[in-house]
Ligand binder design. Structure first.
Ligand code: PMP
Length: 386
């Protein structure tokens, strides 16, 4: 299919793209994100109950905005060093790298976690290399892997969405290059147990496979503290950022840390692609690290409780312990049928098939006002009882 290696036959090529002779083959290996279609629909509704959005519903705290304004006023508007400004890297190193006690670990500032993921794939994946990750997955993963000619090897995590080390072990082949994990995860909100993360980390080390940990939801852990698998495997590449934690999705600020040679290679690639993360935003990032976000996380914990309490009796739901998503099972019909019925009631949710090879669940983002959440719960209950 599309001339690219593929172990997962569920993707399709967009015939409109195939029609134009100039379009590169690598772009035919994936479709555009189905989430956009929901956002387009949202724009048409007058008073939507929008539980589809993957970003916090709070604005960037004022102190961080002021730091950005100052940086711009002070003329910090040119390029920054490729690896990011030294004071931000130092602050990030102190906060996230030193506690790991791994001297060989290097860190750089990336243009969003997405940028970090792109550079990771470009740096590590040869055509035909396999990248293992769990289903359901963040929408970008299969496409990113295919973009660089890699082969997504997608393993089940259902019905409880556990990151089961045995399933990872069973999927390893001589072509496995990366194990990519995301805990707490999008779209399930489920956080891997310390024991599972430890075993996956040790398995990667034992098999000499690169473990990549997407930790974008690390600040949103509601029941237990966050644990990075890097603690158990110093070769782990960690990608995290400010988008979700500080409501800064449009500012494109993230960081990647890992083995020095891999980070150096990613920097070589950053030179010729992103060049640098937005420079004034990097100065604001230093301020962001000083802001205590606990109250925001506490609010999200109570939203999580609200959603779980509202849906528990009606829907089959693996309780989310992190991020700001819940991933209930469809009560009837296909995702398309259920989402269509929801949209008729002005409720916007995302069909699970966007994050999965199965059409069995749907994603709710609980990053919304409590009144919106309550309306959403009411509509969902009504729909389920239809
Ligand atoms: N990883 C995951 C799991 C995500 O959910 C997202 C955003 N939805 C990203 C990465 C990308 O985040 P960023 O804004 O930092 O590019």
């Amino acid at each position: 299919m599309c001339g690219l290696p593929n172990r997962d036959a569920s993707f399709s090529c967009d015939p409109r793209l195939m029609a134009h002779p100039w379009i590169a083959e690598r772009t035919l290996a994936f479709d555009s994100s189905g989430i956009r279609k929901i956002f387009d629909l949202a724009a048409k509704l007058k008073n939507p109950v929008n539980l589809s959005i993957g970003q916090p519903n709070y604005d960037v705290p004022d102190r961080i905005k002021e730091a950005l304004f100052s940086a711009v006023r002070e003329g910090r508007n040119g390029y920054s060093p490729t690896q990011g400004i030294a004071p931000l890297r130092d602050a990030l190193r102190r906060r996230f790298v030193e506690p790991l006690g791994q001297d060989e670990r290097e860190i750089f500032v990336a243009s969003g976690t997405s940028g970090g993921l792109v550079l990771t794939m470009l740096a590590l994946v040869n055509p035909g290399d396999e990248v293992i990750f769990f289903d359901p997955y963040f929408v970008m993963y299969p496409s990113l892997v295919r973009m660089v000619g890699g082969v997504p090897v997608i393993i089940e995590s259902g019905p409880d969405f556990r990151l089961d080390p045995q399933r990872v072990a069973d999927a390893i082949t001589p072509r496995t290059k990366i194990i990519l994990i995301n805990s707490p995860g999008n779209p399930t909100g489920v956080k891997g147990s310390t024991e599972d993360l430890k075993q996956i980390a040790e398995l990667a080390a034992e098999k000499n496979i690169c473990l990549v940990s997407d930790e974008i939801y690390s600040q949103f852990c509601y029941d237990e503290p966050f644990v990075s698998p890097a603690r158990f495997n110093p070769q782990t590449v960690v990608i995290d950022g400010f988008s979700k934690s500080h409501g800064m999705t449009g500012w494109r600020l993230a960081y990647v840390h890992g083995p020095r040679e891999i980070i150096d290679t990613m920097l070589k690639l950053q030179q010729y692609t992103f060049v640098c993360a937005p420079h004034p935003v990097q100065w604001a990032g230093i301020e962001a690290l000083e802001v205590d976000m606990t109250e925001y996380v506490d609010q999200f914990r109570s939203k999580r409780d609200r959603i779980v309490a509202g849906l528990r009796d009606t829907f089959e739901l693996a309780p989310p312990s992190g991020a700001f998503y819940a991933f209930p099972k469809l009560p009837w019909g296909t995702g398309d049928e259920f989402i269509r019925a929801a949209i008729e009631q002005e409720l916007l949710i995302i069909p699970g098939s966007i994050f999965s090879r199965h059409d069995t669940h749907f994603r709710i983002s609980f990053a919304a006002d409590d009144a919106i959440l309550d309306r959403g719960i009411e509509i969902l209950q009504r729909l389920a009882r239809r």
